[in-house]
Design a protein around this ligand. Structure first.
Ligand code: ADP
Ligand code: MG
Ligand code: MG
Ligand code: MG
Ligand code: MG
Length: 441
């Protein structure tokens, strides 16, 4: 509305903002932005700002490259690492075509559409991700996989650079409006986790992008590299982005049922049923890099089988103990390389399929699945997650419901990205092969 726009313009002036960054996300989940001087603010907030979409990964063909960015006013925030007398602010934007229609290749639009679909049944999808990452040393301006610290899970280490950097990341995020719930050192050396409060999936996806961007920026200012790569080092834990999910109806958590056996509702069970049914296709979105699949292996608390459990951390879907408003299912496969908009859209579409079609999940598995034989798993009907990106993409193409949730534009772009990436990987000669074969043959 006009009022909201002029209130925002006033705020921008009060904050002494010199530059506005209009931010959006490409198909690979990379944040992009167009910086505009403050003189353009009014134009940006009223009509949007045009840009050429043809150079953005997975965006458009040349002939339809004129795009418009329209700022979402609710996403305004100052960038806290900028000096006060040179303030910069950013908006996350929705992408429109020159015709004025939403652009089908905008990941934020894909998630918006999935949210609107769930809203037809009165549901709001809430997500709370747990982002893990490494802080690595930079040497000669290049990231390495050298550790900055040698702490372990929940260690109270003597103050070191990594601890300082984690604290500074938390401070910056707090200034940007995040409600930080917890942060701790993770299992691996130099690995950290920072948890922020859940919200509706659209704002959470925005937050994931902001989180990674802020963490990288702050780390770099201290000479470290914050890496969200899924499995940077063989033989130790990779980094996950467990995603806690729930549906709310009329502001009430629809997964909680005090009278049910383990106090989770039919809606929750069916949501789990949908997640499991479509788990293999969702993997393509939740684990989008070649490297993602090196994390999804036995032995590191990352899932590799399609199962759920009320307690067991080897399952793909876990139901954490809290109930009431905190009743949720934890989807444990995603890693922080995912495009959160697409991953959440796929998870929601799958869950809603479960809810609408009353898909009963198989029995929960409370045993450690890694210790079951493949015959035992077969008997229990436990499927495996895709082993690599190629298999995951085939699983996606075979799943009409998830394909439809993404739409043909996104699907086509993802297919060409996958083919190119897979060919490059498949034809490369890796150090492992030389170690294995060079001397022998
Ligand atoms: P874990 O026990 O797996 O380490 P954490 O405590 O690290 O879990 O993270 C829990 C996450 O779940 C937080 O981001 C929190 O905000 C989120 N969460 C809590 N309640 C809900 C809910 N009802 N729906 C979605 N997410 C929720
Ligand atoms: Mg956690
Ligand atoms: Mg925790
Ligand atoms: Mg963790
Ligand atoms: Mg977790």
């Amino acid at each position: 509305s006009r009022d909201a726009t002029s209130a925002m313009l006033e705020r921008i002036e009060q904050d002494n903002v010199r530059f506005l960054r209009l931010q959006f996300t490409d198909l690979l989940g990379m944040p992009k932005n167009v910086a505009i001087p403050i003189k353009q603010a009014e134009k940006a907030l009223t009509g949007g700002i045009g840009f050429d979409g043809s150079s953005i990964e997975g965006f458009v063909r040349i002939e339809e490259s004129d795009m418009i960015l329209k700022p979402d006013l609710s996403t305004y925030t100052l960038l806290p690492w900028q000096p006060e007398d040179y303030a910069e602010a950013r908006f996350i934007c929705d992408v429109y075509k020159a015709s004025g229609r939403p652009f089908e290749g905008d990941p934020r639009y894909v998630l918006r559409r999935a949210m609107e679909d769930a809203a037809k049944d009165g549901f709001v999808f809430n997500t709370g991700p747990e982002l893990e990452f490494f802080l690595f040393k930079m040497i000669d301006g290049r990231p390495t996989t050298r550790f900055q610290d040698v702490g372990g899970y929940f260690d109270l280490a003597p103050t070191d650079l990594a601890e300082d950097v984690r604290r500074e990341i938390i401070l910056a995020l707090t200034e940007m409006g995040f409600e930080i719930e917890a942060s701790h050192h993770e299992v691996a050396e130099s690995q950290h986790e920072i948890d922020f409060k859940y919200s509706d999936a659209l704002h959470t996806a925005d937050n994931v992008i902001t989180f990674k961007f802020a963490a990288k920026t702050i780390a770099l200012m201290r000479g470290l590299h914050a890496s969200f790569m899924a499995k940077p080092i063989h033989g130790i834990c990779g980094s996950g982005m467990h995603t806690n999910c729930s549906l709310a109806k009329d502001g009430v958590n629809a997964f909680f049922d005090p009278d049910a056996p383990i106090q989770i509702s039919e809606t929750c069970l069916h949501f789990i049923g949908g997640l499991l049914k479509h788990a293999r296709a969702i993997t393509r979105l939740a684990n989008p890099t070649i490297n993602s699949y090196k994390r999804l292996v036995p032995g590191y608390e990352a899932p590799c089988y399609v199962s759920w459990s009320a307690s067991n951390r080897s399952a793909l879907v876990r139901v954490p103990a809290p109930r009431g408003n905190s009743t949720r299912v934890e989807f444990r496969s995603p890693d922080p390389t995912c495009n959160p908009y697409l991953a959440f859209a796929a998870m929601l579409a799958a869950g809603m399929d479960g809810v609408r079609n009353k898909i009963e999940p198989p029995n929960g598995v409370d045993k450690n699945i890694y210790q079951m034989t493949s015959a035992e798993r077969g008997y229990a009907g436990i499927d495996t997650l895709p082993c690599d990106l190629y298999e995951a993409h085939q699983a996606l193409l075979a799943d009409d419901l998830i394909c439809e949730a993404l739409g043909p534009h996104v699907l086509e772009a993802l297919t060409s990205v996958t083919n190119a990436e897979w060919d490059a990987y498949r034809t490369a000669v890796h150090p492992w092969e030389l170690d294995r074969y060079l001397a022998t043959y």
